[in-house]
Design a protein around this ligand. Sequence first.
Ligand code: IPD
Ligand code: CA
Ligand code: CA
Ligand code: CA
Length: 263
Amino acid sequence: MDLKHVDKFAKEMIFEAGRRIRQSFSYDLKIETKSGANDLVTNVDRETELFFIESIKAFDATHKVLGEEGMGEKVHSLEGPVWIIDPIDGTMNFVKQHRHFFITIGFYVDGVGKLGYIFDVMREDLFCAIAGEGAWYNGSPLRKLQPLTIDEAVIGINASWVTPNKHINHEKIIELVRTVRGTRSYGSAAMEIAFVVSGKLDAYISMRLAPWDIGGGIVIAKEVGAIATNLNGQDCDLLNSDTFIIANPYIHHKIVEDYIEEK
Ligand code: IPD
Ligand code: CA
Ligand code: CA
Ligand code: CA
């Protein structure tokens, strides 16, 4: 497969989707809830996913598409070429702030990450990678992540994980928050992953992410030496939701070993 050709197609598709989303602010957003009051979806999430599916099927009808909003086929295996797509990551930011929302896409062949994209729709900033060739931010190469210690780290974490919850021992997370230099919470997993691969954050932790939140980011992570696993340190599952950590390679192990105690 000519990855450069697929990459060119993917970038054009993402830029066009971005243009369409930005235009959509000029007419009504239809906002609905999914699993609960803070789980939002809009007509733009669905229309964007449909645009991706139609574009990919026109490019090559044999490619499968796994998307958050379920607008396409059901994907039960990663066999063959598979696109893993979140049409808008950070839907709450999209609805509430009109910024800080991302398109994120991973292209996999037989379960192996080949291409990864995280696109800031309002800033038109693109983080991307081609497996084995490198990663870029708006055309400039991203460098390998540099050594640092845990007390120098700035980490992305959702504030709810420092209160009692059913997933992890929150006391340990409080210890982590006290140890690091700072914490941030941006409301888009893709944005936080993009920040880790470009050294603007040193780790990002979540108790529950889906394949489409991380599929693109994992490909970029590998190119810069960031380590992405579940909170047990195992490889990420790209067909099911799971816990997630992406971190600078010099602190990944320490966070998992010393600060994560799953219930
Ligand atoms: C959500 C965002 C959010 C994360 C949630 C995701 P969505 O994605 O990435 O930051 O905390 O777990 O579901 O629903 O906006 O695509
Ligand atoms: Ca969602
Ligand atoms: Ca998402
Ligand atoms: Ca989404």
